[in-house]
Write a protein that binds this ligand. Structure first.
Ligand code: ADP
Ligand code: MG
Length: 253
């Protein structure tokens, strides 16, 4: 038990953090025990669940670089069933510092091995690069969710991501698989969005989630209130679709 899912795409602004925060909160909402790992130095997932980064002592950096035990870093969020390993800006140094570290790609995997079974889901929010932080996340994970923004150049960069996934499968984690591609920020008013959906479905076929995340202003407002969408506005379209995604993720197992 305890499924680990990396939310990854080296492109910035495609909805990784929004998906990490809201999928985690929605899984917690339907009764799953969830750990969110913020693996992006920007720490937006951390503040997105209401943690003040200024108050954080140890973060994922301490686990990866200083071998601080995971249990000393986990924080409870205001959301029932949802805990977090936060990130702070100190993590920015980890990408470089990891280079010269023993077993640099498997540090996250080893660190969370012992706590894995305490959760139904562990969701890892990856940074916008294919560096060592993302490699650590993919090596530690059972599967990967790839958010793809319904915009021009949606597929750009995905071949690079897929070849990284194949390299990880070959050398570091042979059981890693693609859970699904998640279409985000869809705007039904434009033809472009519809074209992108068709294009992505042609490429990824049944790997595309049935749930499509529309552009929803409430989703973009929620982080500044430090709340996942189901707490910020439970009746919004954003809350509805992320709850639907959570159910689809559970169903897919
Ligand atoms: P990433 O983590 O991939 O860089 P984010 O999740 O931070 O992407 O999203 C980028 C920006 O787009 C953020 O300001 C976020 O609030 C906004 N955003 C994400 N998803 C949606 C959506 N479905 N509707 C409206 N705004 C969104
Ligand atoms: Mg992000």
């Amino acid at each position: 038990m305890g499924k680990i899912i990396a939310i990854a795409n080296q492109k910035g602004g495609v909805g990784k953090t929004t998906t990490s925060v809201n999928l985690s909160a929605c899984l917690a909402h339907i009764g799953k025990k969830v750990l969110l790992i913020d693996s992006d130095p920007q720490g937006n997932a951390t503040s997105g669940v209401g943690i003040n980064k200024g108050d954080v002592q140890d973060c994922i950096y301490s686990i990866l670089i200083d071998d601080v035990p995971v249990k000393d870093v986990i924080l409870q969020t205001e959301i029932e069933n949802l805990e977090i390993i936060p990130a702070t800006i100190s993590l920015a140094g980890a990408e470089i510092e990891l280079v010269s570290t023993i077993s640099r790609e498997v540090r996250m995997k080893h660190a969370i091995q012992d706590i894995k079974d305490q959760y139904d889901y562990i969701i890892i929010d990856c940074p916008p690069s294919l560096g060592l932080l993302t490699l650590n996340a993919l090596t530690a994970s059972d599967s990967i969710i790839i958010p793809v923004q319904c915009e021009y150049y949606a597929l750009e960069g995905l071949s690079q991501l897929l070849s990284t996934v194949r390299l990880v499968q070959k050398h570091l984690n042979d059981s890693l698989y693609i859970d699904g591609v998640l279409l985000t920020m869809f705007d039904a008013r434009t033809n472009l969005g519809i074209q992108v959906i068709e294009e992505v479905k042609k490429y990824f076929q049944d790997k595309v989630y049935r749930t499509i995340i529309p552009r929803n202003v409430r989703l973009s407002e929620a982080p500044s209130h430090g709340k996942p969408i189901i707490m910020y506005d439970s009746r919004s379209k954003g809350a509805e679709v992320y709850l639907e995604l959570a159910k689809e993720v559970v169903e897919n197992e």
